[in-house]
Structures are given as C-alpha cells and as structure tokens.
Write a protein that binds this ligand. Sequence first.
Ligand SMILES: NC(=O)c1ccc[n+]([C@@H]2O[C@H](COP(=O)([O-])OP(=O)(O)OC[C@H]3O[C@@H](n4cnc5c(N)ncnc54)[C@H](OP(=O)(O)O)[C@@H]3O)[C@@H](O)[C@H]2O)c1
Length: 333
Amino acid sequence: MKAFVLERYGKGGALRSVEMPIPELRDDEVLVEVHAAGVNVLDAKIRNGEFKLILPYRLPLVLGHDVAGVVVKVGRRVQQFEPGDEVYARPDDFGIGTFAEFIAVKEASLAPKPVGLTMEEAASIPLVGLTAWQALVEKAGLTKGQKVFIQAGSGGVGTFAIQLARHLGAAVATTTSAGNVALVKSLGADVVIDYKSQDFEDVLRDYDVVLNSQDGKTLAKSLRVLRSGGKLISISGPPDPEFGNEIAAPGFVKLVMRLLSSGIRRKARGRGIGYSFLFMKSSGRQLREITRLVEAGAIRPVIDRVFPFQSTNEALAYVEAGRAKGKVVVKIK
Ligand SMILES: NC(=O)c1ccc[n+]([C@@H]2O[C@H](COP(=O)([O-])OP(=O)(O)OC[C@H]3O[C@@H](n4cnc5c(N)ncnc54)[C@H](OP(=O)(O)O)[C@@H]3O)[C@@H](O)[C@H]2O)c1
C-alpha cells in the first residue's frame, strides 16, 4: 500500500511517500480501507519533534490521526463490525497512521460513520470532536445556562466545540479574526471578539469555563475572565502532573510537567480556579455519541480544504500555517 512516513524529526521536513505492506491485524483490531484522513496540528507537531517526551515514537512512522473508510477485515475477537461497514475513528496513540491506504484500528476506538456525511466530512471529525467532548463534557461538565469561552472558534477544535457547547445549552464567547466572524456566528457563538483589534479580557467576565488553545500569555489572561470556582482547560499546554500520571510518564518527564505548569497552577489556585491540561484520547464510545449528534443535525462538520493524497505534505503545511477555517482533509480513495 502507499503511505506517507516520517523518517526523521525536523521542523518543516517532508513526509516520504513509500510502498509498504498492509498492516497485520491483531485479534481486537479492524482493518480499514482509508477513504479520507483528517489533518491535525498534532501531525505537524509530531513531525517537528515537539512531542518526543509525551509520545516517544520509533521512526519510521506513518502519520495521520483521523480516518473515515470501509471495513475490509476484522480480527477474531471483533464483535461490532464486519466487512463493508462504513466507519470513522481517531486511532490510538502508537497505533496512528491514517496517511495510508489501509490502517488497523482497535475495535474500541472505532464507530459507525454518521449517515449522510461524505467520507471527507466524516474524517474531519474524530480528533477535534473527541477533544471538544472530553474538554466540555468530561472535564468541564458544561451545563445549560453556563458561559464558556472557546478560543480560536474558527479552527478545527473551535468550530466543533462551539456547536457542542451550544448543544449543551451554554452561552459561547469566542475569538477569531474579522474575516471569520460570520462563520463562528453561524455555528452559534453568542459573543465574538476579533482578537486582532480587541482584548478578550476587556469584554468577558465571570465565565464558568475557558477552553484554551493558544499560547502561555493567552492562558494567563484567561484566568481573569473566569469566576472563582471556574475551570481553565488547556489543550495547548502546559501539561500538569495529573496528565503525567495518566500516561504513566517516567519520573523525569513528570518532574518537567510539574515545573512547566507550576506557575499557572499556582495562579489558578490563588483565584479559586481549577487548571487542567487535556490531551485527548481515542474513544469509540464517545465517537458514537458524536455520531448521534451529527445525525440529529446538532453538529455539522466544517471543512476548509480537501487535498489529494499525493499532496499530503502540502495539506500538512497548510494546517501548520494556522489559518484553517475548520478542518483540512486528505482524500485517499
Ligand atoms: N491537547 C489536545 O488533545 C489537542 C487536540 C486538538 C488540538 N490541540 C491543539 O489546539 C490548538 C488548536 O488546534 P486546531 O486544530 O483548532 O487548530 P487550527 O484549526 O489550526 O486553528 C486555526 C484557527 O485558529 C485561529 N487563530 C489563530 N491564532 C489565533 C488567536 N491568537 N486567537 C484566536 N484565534 C486564532 C485562526 O483564525 P484566523 O485565521 O482568523 O486567525 C484559524 O481559524 C493547536 O495547538 C493544537 O495542537 C490539542
């Protein structure tokens, strides 16, 4: 099969297009013919070597964290899928590799593709959808009537998170630049701040939850818009000690995480705010909930561009440039 592999870590380096064997199937895995693969900032960050501590991959590595496709074969213990099923997934860490014609995915990470979506639309959802779900439902426990500030509402995570927060009954504030105001409003944002001309700190007060996806300065400023008892959830770091425990990181990595997050944890504590870092995980169970919301029309995918398979490196560069409106997808079949 054809695949795009990372052979050497390095900023801006190209993935190499290679021929390689179709992955072997374990008993609890499903072999999926990849029709479309979502592209994520995480792919670029792994390629750049920024995730070596958290995800110590051995190279060469097929990149790609989102898949939509068709089941071609199932392992002996697989019960919920059979050949011909249309599915989608965010494969497990250390089991990624959707920039390829086939991938073996754990049954537990897979869900039926939402009816009515194209393969490209379905492939745009899993990683950002699960991120939004795990931040807003699992960590924040966001409920009707609460106020949430979702940064970068026009990005991959933001376009999904705004819709999910609205579905949960929360009021949503977001940041984006002027050209994307109509987009985020169409997704349900109540308060839109053009981050190039306005400071969100001057506008937002007493928020219950902030979903931070930007730099350290933005993270620190986010504390000031939260009420006491509010929750600051960051998906762009710094990782906290709980996360180190969750991934059973070695002692020195846990120490690094403790030190990196000590400042924000101390400031948050001082204001009675809970700080936590989230690194999303695969989950077929949560993806099924997302399938239901998409099929019910509560959430729609937002796609900026679809690239052909041979242009996977260009797709990655486009995402890395940071201007995507919604998601970028590679069409493989
Ligand atoms: N920890 C996790 O599990 C996890 C999961 C998913 C993503 N992430 C991280 O979260 C971040 C966002 O991911 P993403 O996929 O949503 O990114 P993305 O799709 O690449 O975000 C692009 C969008 O961000 C907007 N933007 C850029 N700078 C901004 C700023 N200063 N303020 C507000 N909006 C801004 C851009 O709008 P304009 O063009 O208008 O500027 C653009 O629409 C990345 O760092 C990613 O690695 C983490």
